[in-house]
Design a protein. Structure first.
Length: 214
């Protein structure tokens, strides 16, 4: 699984890593992805991207621990038989060896990736997009507005708000749009540069920790 991630283009690798970090921080409320049960204890994580998206199969272990088992590029709706069989085989092996085997933590993979300056820049951009999506969605729902109502106040369309809140738009939101959103929601837009940290900042309480790769 780790080798599969490493072989991806750096932009895709950075996006997946940002979403996995988002899952570690906020659990299954994470934005930018969808969770779906495949069968029994096998689940899949769907991530959209400019290159078409990805399907990552995983098993959730009591703890909570989420073990990534197998991944494919998103294609047809139906999972290819060979990929499903491999994911199921790894799931059974992981469950049967739950107390005997340790896997590489996601934090170790991320730390290694961040030694690449290009990855770090793209990763930070993805993290900011996810953070913006959560800020806008939280502020809107606290006010009891629908996406259409916020769009009307901002002077845009509901689909723009939907893409921003789901972090599904590959484009970064413009400062002009962010400024209008902040004003409509009763905030003032602020921009700051912070000194680079060796480890990514934790924005939320971790409730899905020990994310591992297999």
């Amino acid at each position: 699984m780790e080798q599969w991630l490493q072989n991806l283009p750096v932009a895709d690798r950075a996006k997946i890593a940002a979403i996995l970090l988002e899952i570690e921080e906020v659990g299954f409320d994470a934005l930018g992805c969808d969770f779906r049960q495949v069968q029994s204890k096998l689940w899949e994580l769907k991530i959209r991207s400019a290159s078409g998206g990805f399907r990552i199969f995983y098993v959730a272990i009591i703890g909570p621990e989420m073990v990534l088992l197998h991944a494919i590029r998103k294609g047809k709706q139906k999972i290819p038989k060979k990929d499903l069989e491999l994911a199921l085989k790894r799931k059974e092996w992981r469950i049967s060896s739950m107390s005997k085997t340790r896997h590489k933590a996601f934090s170790g993979f991320l730390k290694k990736q961040q030694t690449d300056p290009e990855f770090r820049i793209l990763f930070d951009v993805q993290c900011v997009k996810l953070h913006i999506a959560r800020l806008v969605k939280t502020a809107r729902t606290q006010r009891g507005w629908t996406q259409a109502e916020l769009a009307q106040r901002v002077g845009t369309t509901q689909s723009v708000i939907a893409r921003l809140e789901s972090a599904s738009d590959e484009r970064e939101p413009s400062l002009h749009l962010l400024g209008r959103l902040a004003s409509a929601l009763g905030f003032q837009l602020a921009l700051s540069f912070e000194r680079m940290k060796k480890t990514p900042p934790r924005r939320c309480v971790v409730n899905c920790d020990n994310l591992t790769t297999y």
